[in-house]
Design a protein around this ligand. Structure first.
Ligand code: GDP
Length: 319
């Protein structure tokens, strides 16, 4: 049997929700499962009805398990909303949409957390139950929360993102807990072993930013072979508020600004073909640039982009 081209590569992928999950799924399609570790943002997590909800971890888990809802980008395909309908009838808060099967994840997670397991242990159990091969790890087991500073005051991330539909103008971010939160032992060990670290096309400000803000993480990544995929195509975000956030913060909504966020950690940046004219600007930030069609339209598209990213990382390692 022919050896798979990437069989010897150990990869750590940093991911938020939707964009991160898509590339992580592509990587899972081209790497042996034991060679992929996906490190996921937890600063979007929150509590509702006493339940611990981890939107980015859930999106990555459901996507890698092949059960994510393709229409919404969150939740489980074909889920029902009977509990939600009853909550509405009871005049209980219903701004965060919770599907019935999705709710089971939050119940199972919260019970284990109450029993004293760490989020890393809980996530391992959930992934095993869902038949997921690659390792999915929260970046920290400690409390880490993004607070969005807006022209209407400070908002918890999900209040801003879901309840207020990203409407208030963003002035900045506070990362609550960042003084005390530590990256997990498992995260640091995976970095130690990695041949390359892939920054998925996630929001650099609120998805990968919190992972990189954990003490010691930037220092450890600085020596690694690192490649990012642009989260911005043609000046626009494929999904989510990144372009709006950049412009409200007085920055250009562009792949160049996304690349700038990761300086000086990146060796390589995968830029969309649509933005090829910006290649020189990104190279002047000290990174090599590869242009590709980065819009992941379907599962083969995810795998194709993942293979492209890995070949780029291999070429950087050979330099
Ligand atoms: P969130 O936590 O659900 O907002 O998800 P992420 O932070 O992981 O991803 C949001 C970013 O992913 C946005 O900036 C999107 O533009 C980007 N994104 C989503 N799908 C794609 C894609 O197919 N290709 C690229 N290049 N970026 C994407």
């Amino acid at each position: 049997m022919a050896l798979n081209e990437f069989d010897d590569l150990k990869i750590v992928a940093l991911a938020g929700g939707v964009g991160g999950a898509k590339l992580a799924h592509g990587l899972a399609g081209v790497l042996p499962p034991e060679n992929l570790t996906v490190i996921v943002n937890v600063a979007d997590d929150f509590e509702l009805y006493g339940l611990t909800i981890c939107p980015d971890l859930d999106t990555v888990m459901y996507t890698l398990a092949g059960i994510a809802s393709p229409e919404t980008g969150w939740g489980i395909a074909g889920d029902t909303f009977h509990c939600m309908e009853s909550l509405i009838q009871l005049s209980a808060p219903a701004w965060f949409r919770l599907g019935d099967r999705d709710l089971a994840t939050h119940l199972a997670r919260t019970r284990r957390l109450w029993d004293g397991e760490t989020l890393t242990q809980v996530t391992r159990h959930l992934c095993a139950s869902l038949g997921i091969g690659p390792r999915i790890l929260p970046c920290t087991d400690d409390l880490l929360r993004t607070i969005v500073e807006t022209d209407e005051g400070d908002l918890e991330f999900q209040e801003y993102f879901v309840r207020r539909k990203c409407d208030p103008a963003v002035r900045g971010f506070i990362l609550r807990g960042k003084e005390a939160a530590l990256p997990t032992r498992e995260f640091l060990a995976a970095l130690e072993e990695a041949d390359a670290v892939v920054f998925c096309p996630s929001n650099p400000l609120v998805s990968l930013g919190p992972i990189l803000a954990l003490p010691g993480v930037r220092e450890r990544i600085a020596g690694a072979n690192t490649v990012a995929v642009t989260p911005i195509i043609g000046g626009r975000a494929v999904k989510g508020p990144l372009a709006k956030m950049f412009s409200e913060l007085g920055r250009e909504s562009s792949a160049v600004e996304a690349a700038r966020e990761y300086r000086p950690l990146l060796r390589g940046f995968v830029l969309d073909r649509e933005d090829a004219s910006r290649t020189g600007e990104i190279e002047s930030l000290g990174m090599r640039v590869e242009t590709a069609d980065t819009l992941m339209r379907d599962e083969p598209g995810r795998r194709e982009l993942a293979a492209r990213v890995l070949r780029f990382a291999q070429s950087l390692a050979a330099e």
